[in-house]
Design a protein around this ligand. Structure first.
Ligand SMILES: CC(C)(COP(=O)(O)OP(=O)(O)OC[C@H]1O[C@@H](n2cnc3c(N)ncnc32)[C@H](O)[C@@H]1OP(=O)(O)O)[C@@H](O)C(=O)NCCC(=O)NCCS
Length: 235
């Protein structure tokens, strides 16, 4: 599994250059952002994704084609293609998450999901997200020391979201409360009666930088070794 850290803060000149690998639909989507910095960040993430997948598939980055899975999960392939996963070694699975100035992109040989949250404003916001948690998760968060609750909540959120993104099954509130993840440093699926998240079928790994960000990657099956890379834009 390859995990890329992609800085998204690029200037207009670089955004124009990066946008050259995007297709017409992607350029049109980029133009719909109201704020120029959101547009530049989205272009940066999508351009880096194309370069990384192009290299993984030995093809030019502007030739990479995406199709959307049943619940909008982007996958490699053209609309109308047969499913490319599992079992197509030449078509890796991937997933992307952005938060503020950073994106994480994961490329893997099995279904994968990633989620990232910068912890800025976690203290103010963590109480607003409690409704997506299972009763066991809410109890574990409430039992944590007051100062640890924002981090515990965001660990819980990103682990759940990574699992749901890996399974590619979309987000419905009644579903998010049907499974329970850990809130301590080790990321684990602790219990589930979610139809797409059977116990023993999924592995989680925490992705954290203390005090700055939390996140998680989820894969189907055992967690493979992970190589981390840092994306650099040309000067
Ligand atoms: C995309 C979505 C699945 C996650 O959004 P998010 O956390 O705001 O954004 P992230 O940056 O982590 O992920 C976005 C990327 O995930 C990918 N993605 C989109 N739909 C996806 C899906 N159904 N499954 C997996 N990945 C998906 C895309 O690459 C997308 O990037 P893009 O917008 O540049 O195309 C969003 O549609 C959603 O429904 N969010 C609900 C959040 C929620 O209620 N979570 C409950 C926590 S348990």
């Amino acid at each position: 599994m390859d995990l890329w850290h992609v800085p998204l803060e690029i200037d207009e000149r670089l955004a124009d250059a990066a946008a050259r690998v995007l297709d017409d639909a992607e350029r049109a989507r980029a133009q719909r952002f109201a704020h120029p910095h959101d547009r530049r960040r989205w272009i940066a993430a999508r351009a880096a994704l194309r370069h990384i997948l192009g290299a993984a598939c030995s093809m030019p980055s502007d030739q990479v084609r995406f199709r959307l899975g049943e619940h909008g999960k982007p996958e490699l392939g053209q609309a109308g293609d047969a499913a490319v996963h599992p079992g197509a070694p030449d078509a890796p699975a991937f997933n992307l998450s952005h938060s503020g100035v950073l994106a994480l992109i994961v490329v893997c040989d099995r279904p994968v999901g990633v989620d990232l949250e910068l912890l800025e404003r976690a203290d103010e916001r963590h109480e607003d997200i409690q409704s997506v948690f299972s009763p066991a998760e809410r109890a574990a968060i409430a039992a944590a020391p007051l100062t640890q609750r924002p981090l515990a909540s965001y660990r819980c959120w990103t682990r759940k979201e990574a699992l749901l993104k890996a399974a590619g099954c979309g987000f419905a509130l009644d579903d998010t409360t049907r499974f329970t993840v850990s809130i301590d440093a080790q990321a684990k699926l602790l219990g589930s009666n979610h139809r797409r998240l059977a116990m023993g079928e999924w592995s989680l790994r925490a992705l954290e930088q203390p005090g700055t960000r939390t996140g998680a990657v989820a894969v189907r099956g055992a967690m493979p070794p992970c190589t981390e890379h840092h994306w650099h834009w040309p000067a």
